[in-house]
Design a protein around this ligand. Structure first.
Ligand code: ATP
Ligand code: MG
Ligand code: FE
Length: 337
């Protein structure tokens, strides 16, 4: 089965060609990051316009690189949520047009389920069941992957997402957008015990997350330093802040594996690129005989290959979409249109 997959939920226009769910024949990612940088975040209207300009070229490039033509495509997978509505609609309209013209099935994909599926591409031996920590720019979920396309959410963030927390600190200390990778880099030179930032473990037994208290604590710390005209160490603030996030993510992840009996823990989403998170999870998991899996960095952040993988397993599971499929900006894991 050859899948043409389209992703346009945020600021990446991406198109991939995937064979049998896991074999990446091409994965073209056209990012608009530089354009949004000057605004300190993604501007939805700008994103939609750029997707419109880019999409056709990226589709052609993806087919060319894969060495296939439209005639070889068996199904069309596309992100229909969660994401920015205008941005989603560009990919969705394109996918519908291709599906209709070729007379092949359309498969609407949940973007967050796509992030999880990036692990199937990266690890050919990986099969459900396993526990998965999803940490992206807009989502933070502790998930049980019970089977292909079968997800159970154990907990999620009550306020900010982990990636958002990274991006907000980066903006406050002048590292710019997107901040996660910059904080990761600065933290390597800092002392993670320098500042005692709060960890929100919430009620006993909870798998939920909360990062807004940490964000406020960091902003208060920065303000009080400024008032006292004291120097701020960007490296120490980054390392201490990152550690506060990683501590909570690691506690939830390891506990999910132990309480639910999983021997494999996968991580997914942009924050899965974080070097300290990977290091901590690998260390903590080893003690309990748990395997940790994560995708290479280019499959952690937004890309269409992961959408193609999710589309394949949805298709195999009989979940195809009709041509009146609409974009769902707030789509949740496990939810269908
Ligand atoms: P969502 O998938 O929730 O809709 P998104 O698609 O914008 O959001 P992703 O592309 O999955 O998010 O990830 C982007 C996020 O990952 C940003 O918040 C970015 O700061 C964060 N990120 C990227 N690299 C790192 C890193 N090395 N350490 C921490 N965070 C990182
Ligand atoms: Mg992005
Ligand atoms: Fe994403």
């Amino acid at each position: 089965v050859i899948t043409l997959a389209i992703e346009s939920s945020c600021d990446e226009t991406s198109v991939a060609v995937i064979r049998d769910g896991r074999q990446v024949m091409s994965n073209i990612i056209s990012t608009q990051m530089d354009e949004h940088k000057k605004f300190g975040g993604v501007v939805p209207e700008v994103a939609s316009r750029r997707h419109i300009e880019n999409i056709q070229g990226v589709v052609q490039e993806s087919l060319d690189e894969a060495g296939v033509t439209f005639g070889d495509i068996d199904i069309v997978g596309v992100t229909y949520g969660a994401g920015l509505v205008g941005a989603l609609l560009v990919g969705l309209s394109t996918a519908k047009a291709i599906s209709f013209a070729l007379g092949v099935p359309l498969v609407g994909v949940n973007h967050i389920e796509g992030h999880i599926c990036a692990n199937f591409i990266a690890h050919e031996e990986l099969e459900p069941p396993f526990a998965c920590l999803v940490v992206s720019g807009g989502h933070t979920h502790m998930v049980e992957v019970r089977g292909y396309g079968d997800y159970n959410v154990l907990g999620m963030t009550r306020d900010d997402a982990a990636g958002e927390a990274f991006d907000k600190l980066a903006r406050a200390i002048g590292l710019g957008y997107p901040g996660g990778s910059k904080i990761d880099r600065a933290a390597k030179l800092g002392d993670r015990n320098a500042i005692d930032f709060p960890r929100a473990y919430l009620e006993k037994g909870s798998y939920d997350f909360s990062f807004s208290g940490l964000k406020s604590a960091a902003l208060n710390y920065l303000n009080s330093k400024k008032m006292k005209k004291e120097d701020i160490s960007i490296e120490d603030v980054s390392a201490s802040y990152q550690e506060a996030i990683v501590d909570v993510l690691a506690e939830r992840s390891i506990r999910a594996c132990l309480e639910k009996g999983y021997k494999t823990l996968a991580i997914a989403g942009g924050v899965a690129a974080n070097s300290r998170l990977r290091e901590r999870l690998e260390g903590d998991a080893k003690v309990h005989g748990i395997n940790v899996k994560y995708p290479p960095i280019e499959l952690c952040t937004d890309n269409a290959a992961m959408i193609g993988c999710a589309a394949y397993y949805d298709y195999i599971g009989g979940k195809v979409s009709s041509l009146d499929l609409n974009a769902v900006p707030g789509l949740r894991i496990g939810e269908r249109e």
